[in-house]
Design a protein around this ligand. Structure first.
Ligand SMILES: [Fe+2]
Length: 318
């Protein structure tokens, strides 16, 4: 398969303080170079036999391939980031920047600082949308391969010297200012609107417990921090707790097979949170039993190990 060249997105003659000559050289030599390298590497990889090629040879080619592919993609994004009035951030985009950075000004300061930090080095300053969390972050990448897994970059600033030396010499600060002046925010916003349609990675779905309300360990932390009265029941199976060493602080262990014996200790006026080892079964079943008995009970998604993974406080079990 051959990768196709993308036409230049921005109109070079419209840029303010960035010459058409610089854009032409950048597009032809550096973007074109990356694309040609990518196609040559692809051809080389397709021609070799993975069963007989030494692993280090394959590894090197694959590293070069991902660098050339990312360089190609990021150059296309760079040219598609230019051509507008950088001061005019449209409404949807401005709201997204305010949501994730506090203000457009703060985003701008952080992005410029990241780019400035690359002036003596090289790399990319990127604004990237992360579908997993539905948020934007700024990222710097000192080589082409440091992309965020699953992230969708929507704005790219090329901080390799070839991107500015012709016009600005070593004055990276002036180049960054010119880039910021020329950002095509309408295109950035269009990419943002496309990116937010991307579904986050699939989460664990427990069909058999779909009707049982769950609570996240972060929510449990917030309840405790707020001083909300809550009854926390560690319902890990007895056979498991005989070898377990710790228990969530503030929780009491109760045998999930003997709910009848301890259910009378609980108050119906305070919520109940149940824990099991991973949050798959026992905690859910215990929550169901308690709900049937009229308690406001929820099971903890991810269970004891999710609690430990967020460094929730634990104490010795015995
Ligand atoms: Fe470049």
């Amino acid at each position: 398969m051959k990768y196709q060249i993308a036409p230049l997105f921005c109109r070079p003659w419209t840029l303010n303080g960035i010459s058409a000559r610089l854009i032409e050289s950048h597009y032809e030599n550096n973007y074109g170079g990356a694309l040609n390298r990518l196609n040559a590497l692809t051809e080389e990889l397709e021609a070799l036999d993975p069963s007989t090629t030494p692993a280090h040879v394959l590894g090197r080619l694959k590293r070069e391939e991902s660098a050339a592919l990312n360089s190609t993609l990021l150059h296309e994004l760079y040219f598609a980031s230019l051509g507008g009035d950088g001061r005019a951030v449209p409404e949807v985009m401005a709201a997204a920047l305010v949501r994730d950075f506090g203000s457009v000004g703060r985003w701008r300061q952080e992005f410029i600082a990241l780019a400035t930090g690359l002036a003596d080095d090289s790399g990319w300053a990127l604004l990237t949308y992360v579908p997993r969390d539905g948020r934007l972050i700024n990222q710097n990448a000192t080589d082409h391969r440091q992309s965020i897994a699953g992230g969708i970059p929507i704005l790219a600033l090329d901080m390799y010297e070839h991107a500015y030396h012709l016009d600005f010499g070593a004055n990276a600060t002036a180049y960054i200012a010119a880039f910021m002046r020329n950002i095509e925010w309408n295109a950035v916003q269009g990419r943002y609107e496309d990116a937010v349609k991307v579904e986050p990675p699939r989460q664990l779905v427990q069909k058999q417990f779909a009707d049982v309300p769950a609570i996240s360990v972060e929510e449990v932390t917030a309840m405790l921090a707020a001083g909300t009265p809550v009854q926390i029941i560690d319902a890990r199976p007895r056979h498991y707790t005989t070898k377990a060493q710790d228990i969530m602080e503030g929780a009491v262990w109760r045998d999930p097979e003997r709910v009848d014996e301890w259910i009378g200790e609980l108050s119906k006026t305070e919520p109940v949170v149940t824990f099991c080892v991973y949050g798959f079964h026992i905690g859910c079943e215990t929550a169901i039993t308690l709900r049937k008995a009229g308690f406001d009970a929820r099971y903890t998604a991810g269970g004891h190990f999710a609690w430990k993974a967020i460094k929730g406080p634990v104490k010795l079990l015995r």
